[in-house]
Design a protein around this ligand. Structure first.
Ligand SMILES: [Zn+2]
Length: 73
């Protein structure tokens, strides 16, 4: 089992794109399922795992689904 599938975790690529593990594409998804991380190189991108703690700290959300709920006080 992968350690990098925590709820609310995100992946950020070298270009600054922020996605959840479902929206990083097939290469990223299969690499995560394979147990790779926290740094994953795919033929298309260079991804770095960000834990839920970092996500909360910096208010990061997946650019595709944006389903991570952020409560702004
Ligand atoms: Zn997403």
């Amino acid at each position: 089992m992968s350690k990098y599938t925590a709820e609310k975790s995100v992946w950020i690529n070298e270009g600054g794109r922020v996605v959840c593990r479902n929206h990083g594409g097939d290469y990223l998804r299969s690499a995560i399922a394979h147990g790779d991380g926290p740094h994953i190189l795919t033929p298309l991108d260079d991804w770095l795992y960000h834990s839920p703690e970092i996500v909360t700290l910096h208010n990061l959300t997946c650019e595709d689904c944006q389903r991570i709920e952020v409560h702004d006080g």
